[in-house]
Design a protein. Structure first.
Length: 162
């Protein structure tokens, strides 16, 4: 087995499995709470949050997708669902650009969901970590994100057994 093909040590496997499980459970709990309390999915909430931080609550769909790390088709389907519910509006701009605007209904939904969502995130995530742990987790997450966002770490191609 080459260096590139090596497996994970017991320590590495434990770290990976614990991290992965924590992430899945946390996402599930956050999604459940958000849906039950506001009727919004995590994807809805994230789109609304990003748009609310944009100038005039408006962004090009392409930039919104890039900011969220989503592919074009995922962004399109999410925006279609949200537009049907009146949370966002899509409209054409110059050079065939599609813009997405936060509607008053979308802003209201975000404003109503945010306090409970923040409380839930605090209870499940923030309050169980000390200040140093929170800083360490932020640093670790930033390191992992920087690695993931490097061009050479884009889509991996499986080459099979060699």
């Amino acid at each position: 087995m080459t260096q590139k093909q090596r497996g994970l040590s017991a320590r590495e496997l434990h770290a990976w499995q614990t991290f992965f499980r924590m992430q899945e459970v946390l996402r599930g709990r956050i999604e459940q709470q958000l849906q039950a309390c506001s009727g919004l999915s995590t994807a809805d909430y994230t789109v609304l949050t990003v748009l609310s931080g944009a100038e005039d609550g408006r962004l090009r769909a392409y930039h919104l997708g890039s900011m969220m790390g989503w592919e074009k088709s995922r962004m399109h389907h999410q925006l279609t669902r949200m537009a049907k519910r009146g949370l966002v509006e899509r409209h054409s701009g110059e050079a065939r650009a599609i813009y997405v605007t936060l509607t008053p209904k979308g802003q209201k939904a975000l404003n109503e969901a945010a306090p409970q969502h923040s409380d839930h995130v605090r209870r499940l995530f923030v309050d169980c970590l000390g200040p140093e742990q929170l800083d360490q987790l932020a640093d670790i997450s930033a390191t992992l994100l920087a690695n993931l966002e490097r061009p050479e770490n884009g889509e991996e191609v499986c080459t099979g057994d060699e």
